[in-house]
Write a protein that binds this ligand. Sequence first.
Ligand code: 2RA
Length: 329
Amino acid sequence: MKLGIFGATGLVGQTMLKILEERESFKDVQVEVFASSRSKGQEIDYRGQKLVVQELSEESIKAGGLDYALSALDADLAAKFLPLAAQEGIVCIDNSSYFRMDPDKPLVVPEINLDTIRPEDKIIPSPNCSTIQSVIPLKPIYDAFGIKRIIYSTYQSTSGSGVGGLRDLEEGLKGKEPTTYPYPIAFNLLPHIDKFLDNGYTKEEMKMINETRKILGDDNLAITATAVRVPVKFAHAVSINVETKKPFSLDQVYKVLEDFPGLVVQDDPAKKIYPMNLYTEGKDEVFVGRIRRDESIENGLNLWCTADNIRKGAALNTIQILEKVAKLA
Ligand code: 2RA
């Protein structure tokens, strides 16, 4: 099996390679790395060898003989290159937003909806980072009690904006002006992630709303979201307020969350145990805590969840999809 990493030199591409190295299932897979012409010829260490970065182009895709690709390309480059790769028969797992809402494509979180992938799918989109970590605790609640309404408030780390976001935080702490964000992120919060749309929401907020509906398979779900960038390097947090259709007990909620794969309940306020961004960095699981009733309505529930946005929110989710599609796990 020959696997290409598209966009191998960025934060997500590098994390894909790190996770592939960690996973026994990929030890016999031949890996090739692709990026823009700026990175051509650069060498990347992988399993004791040096991988030479190739320029991603129509020619290199045609000549590559790849079976699968993990793509960490931006939406515009994914739009340009993935259909070409698909035409060559390469199955592409895509981290970009470009194909996510295409009604002819699935939108996959392996713990939830692997069954939506059809054998003929050549481009398989992976959701937005903050969506992935939110739908994982929501899915068992949806199945057990039904969901009427969701209110998301996100606290998203600067790595979500790539190296530029990390640099703005680091340099901002030394008093330098930002170059990625419109305002300083050091000692500040920005209620602004991605572009503003005509309805006053940002694209990030609408991604959470639309992608959640698609993954849970419920177009009528009432959802609202506020997405905020916070001065944290890695891991996003999301405060989730849910109104369920059926009544629940908190014991039932704990049980369905504890039984769900990829989810860890960290919730003991008396011992000051709750999920935190700092301790989530580098972890594969989604963490959930601060589980309590929203006492202002009849069937209301509050959750706080964290996940490493570059791992489960991006690189790891695509790799878990690939493992299933290529029958490696
Ligand atoms: C962010 N959701 O955190 C983005 C990354 N895909 O900005």
